[in-house]
Each structure stands twice: as C-alpha cells, then as structure tokens.
Unconditional design. Structure first.
Length: 289
C-alpha cells in the first residue's frame, strides 16, 4: 500500500517512551524484555547511562536521546526542564503554563529531535509501548497510523479532566485498531501488587516506585472495556473529581494535607489523581482476557 511503512513485530521488545530515571525500564528488563527507552532530559540521560551500563553493554537496553516531535525535519527543539520535578520535562509550552503553580525552576534548553518513524523501522514494532512524554504523547499515535503493524498493547496518559479530549484520544486509538481499554490510576501505583503468575514475561518480585507506569497487558487487573464503556468510566471519574475538588470542604482540607491523605486512604483512590489509558489491539486476542 503506497505510503505505508513496514516494521517487523518484535514480541520481546518494549518501548519506554519517557524513560525518566528508568523506573519502568528496570521492571521491563527484569521481566526479560529488551527495551528501547526514549529520553530528552540530558541530566537524566547521563544518569541512566551509568545506572544501566550493564544492560546497555549487553545490548538489552538502547537509550534514544532527544524529543519526539511532529516535524522530525527540525534538527533541534526547545525543551523545558524543571529543577524540582524532572518527570515533567516537556516540549509543550502549554504544559509549562498549566503547571506554573505546582513547579518551580523551569529552564529552556535545546535538545535533538527524534524521527520516531525511522526508529520504528530500525528496531521493529514493540510488543508494548509505554507513552509518557508530557503533552506530546499524541505524536507517537499519529506516527503509528503510517505503519502496517501496531504494538499488541500500549498505554498513554489521560491526565486532562476533559471528556471531550479523552474521547478524541479513544477515537484515535480505535482508528489504530485498539478495541479494548482500561483506565488505570497511577497515583497509587507504588502500592500495586503483581499477580502471582505473570502472563507477561518472567515471574519476578518487584516494588513499583511512585510515578511508575506499573504492570501492562494481561497482568493488569479487571476486565477490558469497550470504547463506549471506557468513556463512561472516564465521565464518572472526571465528574467525581470535579465534584470533590470544587467543594468548600475539599478546598479547606487541601490546605491540611494529612486530612486529604486520610480521606484518600480510606476511599482507596487519589483525588484528582491521574490515569493511564491501557489499550489492547484487536488483532491480539489472548486466551484469557
């Protein structure tokens, strides 16, 4: 088909798009997968090259330096890095503006860009693709539209409390052939317990750190949902968050963090929290859903 690119499907490969300090890459490597990790923050790249030197030497980990952008023809792009919250690094100025009250010490640097399509052709299409690059996630999905294969599973942030934006994300995933979804809260991921018998890679003991993306694929708990069902779930989540965070009680309790933390502990969810949308491709139908 004219214009369609080919990438060989690689069942033992995972893309960690937004490597940060390697919290997720460490988990994937431990489970026996090879990893291609993407990171734009120079300081974090230097750090992870040292801490993951053995895996890099064994050719099980490849760190791809730079930012995934809509126009890979541009050689360099401005990257906003945070002094206090390195995980929030982004190429999107709008993300910086929305986070101005919650983070300090933002500085601008120039980083090289990544031709994401070329990387896919070089490495092959991964089994699972974790996308977490603060506001630029959608670029990765747009590139996948030009390929004849897709990851069996992928996850992408669903941080906007806007059902219209979330609907567009789900529609794009459906266009790519994904037809089953899960909304997974990330704020309490450090309390997540792995299944005794893993269906994804090797059985391992692992404690997730705060900010980790956590399990994926068949290791996720709960039933997979259709596109319509997951949007109903998100409507409920966003409505609940809005109702609580706009209440006078919550605004008062927000000042006293111990009060808020106690409510969240007994309610078993974090407000407003943040979610990842996990998606399973229609061509990947395991025997156990």
């Amino acid at each position: 088909m004219p214009g369609i690119k080919h990438a060989k499907f690689m069942p033992n490969l995972i893309f960690d798009i937004g490597m940060h300090k390697g919290e997720d890459s460490q988990y994937y490597l431990k489970k026996g997968f090879d990893v291609a990790a993407f990171e734009a923050h120079p300081g974090l790249i230097s750090e992870t090259k040292k801490s993951f030197a053995k895996f890099i030497g064994d050719k099980r980990l490849r760190i791809i330096e730079g930012a995934i952008v809509p126009d890979p023809g541009v050689e360099f792009i401005v990257f906003y890095q945070y002094a206090d919250r390195t995980k929030w690094g982004t190429i999107e100025s709008g993300v910086v503006q929305s986070s101005a009250k919650r983070a300090k010490g933002v500085s601008e640097i120039k980083v090289p860009t990544i031709d994401f399509a070329s990387i896919l052709q070089q490495t092959g299409m991964p089994y699972y693709m974790k996308i977490d690059i603060e506001g630029a996630d959608i670029h990765c999905l747009e590139v996948l539209k030009s390929f004849d294969t897709r990851p069996a599973y992928l996850s992408i942030e669903a941080i906007e409390q806007d059902i219209g934006i979330q609907t567009k994300q789900i529609e794009l995933l459906c266009e790519l052939g994904y037809d089953r979804f899960k909304a997974v809260q990330q704020a309490r991921m450090h309390r997540r317990v792995l299944p005794a018998l893993s269906s994804e890679g090797q059985n391992v003991e692992h404690e997730f750190t705060k900010g980790s993306s956590g399990p994926f694929g068949s290791d996720l708990g709960g039933a997979w949902r259709s596109a319509d069902e997951i949007l109903v779930d998100y409507e409920r989540i966003f409505r609940r968050n809005q109702r609580v965070t706009q209440s006078i009680f919550w605004k008062t309790a927000l000042i006293r963090k111990p009060v808020r933390r106690a409510i969240e502990f007994f309610a078993r969810y974090t407000i407003p929290g943040w979610y990842d949308t996990h998606a399973r491709h229609g061509e990947h139908q395991p025997s156990v859903s």
